[in-house]
Design a protein around this ligand. Structure first.
Ligand SMILES: C[S@@+](CC[C@H](N)C(=O)[O-])C[C@H]1O[C@@H](n2cnc3c(N)ncnc32)[C@H](O)[C@@H]1O
Length: 233
């Protein structure tokens, strides 16, 4: 099936469930066999139960950088339906999928999606800017975040969490995809404020295969972000 193909799973009670399964394909590579990831979505929900375009972009980037993910320790922030994290798990990473700890239906859906794809990931409630004990034991080598820069009121909390993780796990990197809406300058400003620097900035359409690009619109960017070490500050 093509990217974003959807199968109706529950039609009986469309008003209360509106649940569909979309299938996302990764392939055309001699190094790794092609595979697909199935995602349970709920069209009734606004955020965490829908595969946002940034997630398709970040998942493709993970697939294309597969050598970095085999054996990596990955934490996905604001994972929602978790497509990038699941691709990382498929490539051999140890993955912790996280989302707002008050959004229990999103966390439950993550567990269902892991089961559906027969992937073993940890699922954790992690609210940005909140210091639950579990955050101190996470030692990611790669932090992922797709479409987590959408509400500027939450940017500082998100950067606080990202900065803590980058500093707590030397050598780690934050890879994020976001819509380049009006928030871009704020993101740049806050990176400076939190002592972070952008190592790489790509236009999503520069690396998406054409059959995926044709299904997406908007100005989506992907950034790799690190913290400025004391020596370079
Ligand atoms: C636009 S959705 C993106 C979901 C998914 N990454 C994707 O691209 O399909 C934003 C996600 O961030 C989560 N989120 C929002 N505020 C949060 C917070 N303060 N702490 C943790 N997660 C949060 C939402 O629950 C939602 O899953």
């Amino acid at each position: 099936m093509e990217e974003n193909d959807r199968e109706d799973e529950h039609c009986g009670d469309a008003v209360t469930t509106m649940t569909t399964v979309s299938r996302h394909c990764f392939g055309d590579d001699s190094e790794f066999p092609a595979f697909s990831i199935s995602i349970i979505e709920n069209m009734k929900e606004d955020y965490g139960l829908f595969v946002w375009p940034c997630s398709v972009v970040l998942a493709e980037y993970v697939w294309q950088h597969k050598h970095r993910f085999s054996g990596a320790n990955v934490v996905e922030l604001g994972a929602g339906t978790s497509l990038p994290g699941l691709v990382a798990a498929k490539l051999g990473a140890r993955v912790t999928l996280t989302d707002d700890s008050t959004r229990l239906e999103v966390l439950d859906n993550m567990r269902r999606v892991c089961d559906l794809n027969k992937l073993e990931c940890s699922v954790l409630g992690l609210t940005w800017g909140v210091w639950d004990s579990s955050i101190f034991s996470l030692q990611p080598t790669i932090i992922l975040g797709a479409d987590v820069f959408y509400d500027s009121n939450a940017f500082d909390d998100l950067f606080a969490t990202v900065t803590f993780m980058l500093r707590n796990s030397p050598g780690s990197i934050f890879i994020t995809s976001y819509h380049n809406r009006s928030g871009h300058h704020l993101i740049e400003f806050l990176m400076g404020k939190w002592g972070l620097k952008c190592l790489k900035l790509l236009d999503a359409f520069s690396f998406l295969p054409s059959y995926k690009a044709s299904l997406l619109s908007g100005n989506i960017q992907l950034a790799e972000i690190d913290h400025i070490s004391k020596e370079n500050a």
